[in-house]
Design a protein around this ligand. Structure first.
Ligand SMILES: [Zn+2]
Length: 157
């Protein structure tokens, strides 16, 4: 049982070194955008960005071919607008070309990591049997459910 629940949306865990990122200013959001911008603009080629990672700025931001933004700029309403604009300009604008090509799980995981209180800390325990049971029939991950996972992770593993 863990004795510590972090303030929501105040800490992230680096996808590269797995250590804590204690301040948004220390983090970067990276992703791959495989849109082929060389194609004619009349041809709708935009793809949904994928392979999102949250990493320590400079130290762990080692993906050479990806795009990145400061984590600080990706939080709150601004971050939500950025996230939503990718759906709005992509799968929403032309769903037909995104069949089988849109990694919804990665995009949803990112949304939760940036916007949903306690998700990032609870996410560290999603492999536990307690979390599997808790999340199996849920459609909404409320604060209470996520805090329960943090508090009880390890007990039922
Ligand atoms: Zn790191």
């Amino acid at each position: 049982m863990t004795d510590h629940i972090d303030q929501p949306l105040s800490i992230w865990y680096c996808d590269e070194c797995h250590q804590a990122i204690h301040k948004p200013a220390e983090g970067m959001l990276t992703w791959i955008d495989s849109t082929d911008w060389r194609k004619k603009s009349s041809e709708f080629q935009r793809k949904m960005p994928n392979r999102f990672s949250i990493v320590h700025q400079n130290v762990c931001d080692i993906s050479g071919d990806g795009q990145s933004m400061h984590l600080e700029a990706m939080l709150g309403v601004t971050g939500l607008q950025w996230w939503a604009s990718n759906l709005w300009n992509g799968p929403t604008a032309d769903p037909k070309i995104f069949n089988g090509d849109f990694e919804a799980q990665s995009a949803m995981d990112l949304l939760y990591r940036l916007q949903v209180p306690y998700y990032e800390q609870a996410r560290q325990y999603f492999d536990s049997s307690y979390a599997s049971l808790e999340l199996s029939n849920r459609t909404v991950m409320s604060d209470e459910i996520l805090k329960g996972i943090i508090e009880n992770a390890g007990q039922a593993i």
